[in-house]
Unconditional design. Structure first.
Length: 301
């Protein structure tokens, strides 16, 4: 099959990409944005196009990884680990849809906010929660599958490892809360009180990071107990990919708290940050795609 997608997935990918590109490129650029970054309308269009193309590549890697993993899941649905892998596949599907769906919704919401400034607060709040919801649900499903796999091989979280993970997450959470509480122009980013942000954003993100890192750890230990070098390598890539996405999510949330300050940077520095983030994010989905492709090939032999 090479790098091809099944028709339904391909059509979904094209539809989401077309919607995203349409709402990013078709509306006239805001004069305020052009003035803020000292660029022309043509230059801004070109910048938007490069971001769309990078995003298209990341989305395709995600869709491709899900496609291969879903095919593998169907091969082993009657095996003892079939149900657990099915949970993982569902979670990865939600993660794969996270970027395209949230990007499309965000673009639509920004289009609405540009024409109805009174809705800016509601648009910002909705955008923040949508960005949280997809990865939270995705990693929750992945966590169920990972726990099931670790139970099959009788390889559960050790007490020292659990304590180390909790300590790391406590410090990550404290730093995140401090950044949120001290965010420059916090109201323009969240439009909520600091306590509401803590309860409905900071706490859920910390929970998501915990179950995501736990799942990656359990999958990593699962692959150490199964037979076959190639099989172990496939699961190792999946564990690395999931762990990479969690670490990237932490970095993204830290950076979000600085977004008001970042607007003071030149357009070149902002583009460097955006391109770097997209490339870093793509690594997680590429690792998952490579692992899923290897698993599928094993079953086809």
């Amino acid at each position: 099959m090479g790098l091809k997608l099944r028709p339904k997935l391909l059509y979904s990918y094209i539809a989401l990409l077309a919607l995203y590109a349409g709402f990013r490129l078709l509306p006239a650029p805001s004069p305020a944005t052009l003035l803020l970054y000292h660029v022309s309308s043509t230059e801004l269009r070109f910048i938007e196009l490069t971001i769309i193309l990078l995003s298209a590549g990341i989305w395709y890697a995600g869709f491709y990884g899900y496609d291969r993993l879903d095919t593998y899941t169907k091969y082993i649905k009657n095996d003892k680990d079939g149900q657990q892998v099915a949970w993982l596949t569902k979670g990865i599907f939600v993660l794969v849809m996270w970027l395209p769906v949230s990007s499309v919704i965000s673009s639509v919401l920004q289009y609405i906010a540009m024409r109805h400034l009174g809705l800016l607060t509601a648009v910002t709040i909705i955008d923040n929660y949508i960005s949280l919801l997809f990865p939270l649900v995705g990693f929750a499903l992945i966590g169920v599958g990972a726990r099931g796999l670790s139970t099959l091989v009788k390889r559960r979280f050790t007490y020292p490892a659990a304590n180390i993970l909790v300590i790391i997450l406590i410090y990550i959470g404290l730093i995140y809360y401090h950044l949120v509480a001290s965010t420059y122009h916090r109201s323009s980013i969240y439009h909520m009180s600091v306590w509401l942000i803590l309860v409905t954003l900071v706490a859920p993100y910390m929970y998501m990071w915990y179950i995501g890192l736990t799942a990656a750890y359990e999958i990593y230990h699962y692959q150490k107990k199964v037979a076959g070098i190639v099989y172990r390598s496939s699961w190792n890539l999946l564990a690395l990919g999931l762990g990479w996405l969690i670490v990237t999510s932490i970095g993204l949330q830290y950076l979000t708290t600085l977004s008001a300050r970042l607007t003071k940077l030149s357009i070149y520095w902002i583009l460097a940050i955006v391109y770097t983030l997209l490339i870093v994010l793509s690594i997680g989905f590429v690792l998952i795609a490579l692992g899923a492709k290897k698993l599928q090939k094993i079953e086809e032999v």
